[in-house]
Design a protein around this ligand. Structure first.
Ligand code: OSB
Ligand code: MG
Length: 369
């Protein structure tokens, strides 16, 4: 197939409530919806997900737009793409910049599935029609507000709760939540906020029956995570420093973690993500699907991908209304009995609402043959 057009909507959606992590506070999510069109007029959708600040990882939405336009799109438009797996090989000459790559690679997977009139999940093995989901809860220094919030999510059916933590906000919120919800599947995410000097403190987290502790140390660290994993009973999960299969191999061989938070955009797209789940299966690492506050396009992709049976642990894949008042789809994604239905249509299975895209964003053609 040949790419004849690439268009985008640059969108900003206000969050229902600000989301606070160890590194900052988000009130609005900026993202681009990428539309690739082939020579037959089929369209594939992708989402460009990096944040505006380089505080989660180094890639930002601005750097990703530059990399896409100057380096990735020129590679795509001069090639006949036989299979979406070709795209990651084509992009290898561009180092890093996984989220920029993923926005295009996933759009081409969607396009390919639509050309073949198949649902995206048809390309994955062993899938199911609905998936169990969890919710990530930002830092709430008012602990009664935190317990109320968690209570609300449990009432909506979320099957697992992830609390964001940071030094000075860890044992107390866990004490409060565990006291009120002793059986709740619970985990924490530090987004790199601790250092090796905190190991004696972090060992106290073993008392809270946590499913895992996500990314306590630096985004480029494997050795200190390995040391903590040797000293703590609770599983360590890596997020920020997993950009490729190679990183999983390194983490596994060093014993840096027992679990991987897999985000398709953080590893450059679907092809690499598929290799990672095969590796995790082989090595008995618990792999689960993370999120990036995606709008409907990225969320639908995550649902397709997480339909694979290997994803038994509930992902950070909430309903559209967990973060946003309105989504950019004609049908927002809803939670029912703690599960979300995987869209059934062709490709990622959702249709864009042009009305919403233009209400919250601006349209720009970026390549026309
Ligand atoms: O560390 O997993 C993370 C959100 C933004 C950036 C990083 C992370 C998160 C989340 C929420 O924890 C993910 C989501 O629900 O989309
Ligand atoms: Mg994380």
């Amino acid at each position: 197939m040949k790419i004849h057009r690439i268009d985008r909507y640059c969108v900003r959606l206000p969050l229902r409530t600000p989301f606070e992590t160890s590194y900052g506070r988000l009130t609005e999510k900026a993202f681009d919806i990428i539309i690739v069109t082939d020579e037959l007029g089929n369209q594939g959708f992708g989402e460009l997900v990096p944040f505006e600040q380089p505080d989660y990882i180094e890639e930002t939405i601005d750097t990703a737009r530059i990399i896409s336009q100057k380096h990735l799109i020129p590679l795509l438009i001069h090639t006949n793409i036989c299979h979406p797996n070709d795209v990651s090989a084509l992009f290898e000459v561009v180092k890093g910049n996984q989220m920029a790559k993923s926005s295009l690679e996933t759009a081409i997977w969607d396009l390919y599935a639509k050309r073949n009139k198949k649902s995206l999940k048809a390309y994955f093995k062993e899938t199911r029609a609905q998936i169990p989901v969890g919710v990530s809860v930002g830092i709430q220094t008012d602990l009664s507000k935190l317990t109320d919030l968690v209570n609300g999510y449990i009432d909506q059916g979320y099957q697992r709760v992830k609390l964001k933590i940071r030094p000075g906000y860890d044992l107390e919120p866990l004490e409060a939540i565990r006291h009120k919800f002793p059986e709740l599947p619970l985990m924490v995410d530090a987004n790199s906020a601790y250092t090796i000097a905190d190991i004696p403190h972090l060992k106290q987290l073993d008392a809270y029956n946590l499913a895992m502790i996500e990314q306590p140390f630096a985004a480029n660290d494997f050795l200190e995570h390995a040391q903590l994993q040797r000293e703590i009973k609770t599983s360590i999960c890596l997020d920020e420093n997993i950009r490729s299969l190679k990183d999983c191999e390194l983490a596994f061989s060093l014993g840096s973690c027992r679990s991987i938070n897999l985000k398709i955009p953080r590893v450059g797209g679907i092809s690499e993500a598929l290799k990672i789940i095969d590796f995790c299966k082989e090595k008995d690492l618990l792999v689960w699907l993370g999120g990036m506050f995606e709008s409907g396009v990225g969320r639908a992709l995550n649902l397709q991908f997480a339909s694979q049976n290997i994803f038994t642990f509930p992902g950070d894949i909430s309903a559209s209304d967990r973060y946003y008042y309105e989504d950019i789809l004609t049908e927002p994604i809803k939670i029912q009995n703690g599960e979300i239905q995987v869209p059934d249509g062709i490709g990622i299975g959702v249709t864009l609402s042009e009305e919403m895209l233009l209400k919250y964003g601006i349209y720009e053609p970026i390549f026309v043959k």
